[in-house]
Design a protein around this ligand. Structure first.
Ligand code: NAD
Ligand code: MG
Length: 396
């Protein structure tokens, strides 16, 4: 019996994870559920999964939950980030699904890594903010990191075992790998008139052609900042250089990413655009379990096409790739600025193209410096947010 903590339990990845887990109740037991503010959903999840701990971090949410949760469930309710981090350092679980959205996921995920837990990593922001430190900690503690993000999961599946067993510190070249092809759909504005992008609405931006996801990552897919964050994520997970990662637009989202080898082979992972597949893969690795996802029917897949990204359409992608090679302070600042800018866009305070303008201004404004510990990273994140908020205020 594997004991699981699901962080971000009420979100898109959390819901898909619990769906897969409920198909394999004899093998997995959910002992911790954590989320932000959705009391009704958390109550429902507690009644079904009967965890030992339920965590809600928004002010007042835990109290509301405790008033509604039947005491017979014997579920301890936690209301603070400190409390959640302590739980992550405890013996109450074996494996954590890290699926809190954004920078808020960093501390609890890091606490699990330090403790040497198995970490199924959906929260890509952890790696964007602190990739080097994160992978170092994992090596020191013996924590196993498995990538949930569909592209990184696909890449993982296409790589040889010697790489899989040494994520973060592997040598792609000596394993015969030429490059990683990181695919992305191009989002809802792949064919939109570039000069009209400043006018698009949050509703249009959140309408992803293939995937159903949370709102923040949906906007990031429309700007392709998501692919930029994934580029950074791939660099840290697979210890890849600039020459070893290439972004390829593949509008149908049938191929989830590929690996090219020195002998001319390209290995790809294909499947439905359904996160339950990579989630089930991580849960069972190195075995395979049912995910509730139908395999592809190749007679119905239709044509697969591939396009080179146009950085005029997706300036945020270029910005993230550049930041990746400039250093940790750039990617941490970009991640923070982008979270603020996307939230402002979703609130209709700024336009769609203002997102990358705000991000660029923040990156230019900051006096970059090496960030060598978690405290420095968190302080830098805060500073970038303050600057971003000032810039956003001037924009609307
Ligand atoms: P979502 O918005 O649907 O869910 C976010 C979850 O995080 C919710 O449970 C919410 O309660 C919780 N949360 C938010 N702020 C919090 C805080 N301050 N403290 C504690 N909990 C908090 O997001 P999602 O789409 O499920 O994405 C989750 C993560 O997975 C993100 O890092 C995203 O980049 C990554 N991811 C998602 C997908 C996808 O298909 N949805 C694919 C790949 C990677
Ligand atoms: Mg992805």
């Amino acid at each position: 019996m594997q004991r699981l903590a699901v962080l971000g339990a009420t979100g898109s990845i959390g819901t898909n994870t619990l769906d897969v887990l409920s198909r394999h109740q004899h093998h997995y037991q959910v002992t911790i559920l954590a989320a932000y503010s959705n009391v009704a959903k958390m109550l429902e999840l507690c009644l079904v999964h009967k965890p030992k701990y339920a965590v809600l971090l928004a002010a007042g949410a835990a109290k509301q939950l405790s008033e509604q949760l039947p005491s017979a469930l014997n579920c301890e309710i936690i209301d603070s980030l400190d409390g959640l981090c302590q739980l992550m350092a405890s013996d109450s679980y074996d494996t954590v699904m890290s699926a809190i959205v954004g920078a808020a996921g960093l501390l609890p995920t890091m606490a699990a890594v330090k403790q040497g837990k198995k970490v199924l990593l959906a929260n890509k922001e952890s790696l964007v903010m602190s990739g080097e430190l994160f992978m170092q900690q994992a090596q020191q503690s013996g924590s196993i990191i498995l990538p949930v993000d569909s592209e990184h999961n696909a890449i993982f599946q296409c790589l040889p075992d010697q790489i899989k067993d040494n994520l973060g510190h592997c040598d792609l070249s000596s394993a015969g790998v030429e490059r990683i092809l990181l695919t992305g759909s191009g989002g809802p504005f792949l064919n939109h008139d570039i000069s009209a992008l400043s006018q698009v609405t949050p509703e249009q931006a959140c309408k992803h052609p293939n995937w159903s996801m949370g709102r923040k990552i949906s906007v990031d897919s429309a700007t392709m900042m998501n692919k930029g964050l994934e580029y950074i994520e791939a660099k840290w997970l697979f210890n890849a250089s600039a020459e070893q990662i290439q972004v390829v637009i593949h509008p149908q989202s049938v191929i989830h990413s590929m690996v090219q080898y020195k002998d001319g082979s390209t290995v790809a992972q294909l499947g439905q655009p359904d996160m339950r597949t990579p989630i089930a893969h991580c849960l069972a690795h190195p075995q395979r379990i049912e995910a509730g996802v139908e395999p592809l029917d190749f007679f119905r897949v239709g044509q697969l096409s591939f396009v080179e990204p146009n950085y005029q359409r997706y300036p945020g992608l270029k910005m993230a790739i550049d930041a990746c090679h400039q250093g940790q302070s750039y990617t941490t600042a970009l991640n923070a600025a982008n979270e603020e800018a996307v939230a402002a866009f979703l609130d209709k305070k700024i336009g769609f193209t203002d997102i990358y303008k705000a991000n660029a201004e923040v990156l230019n404004f900051m006096q970059h410096q090496p960030l060598d510990c978690l405290d420095a990273i968190l302080e830098w994140d805060k500073q970038a947010r303050r600057i971003a908020q000032g810039i956003i205020k001037r924009m609307h």
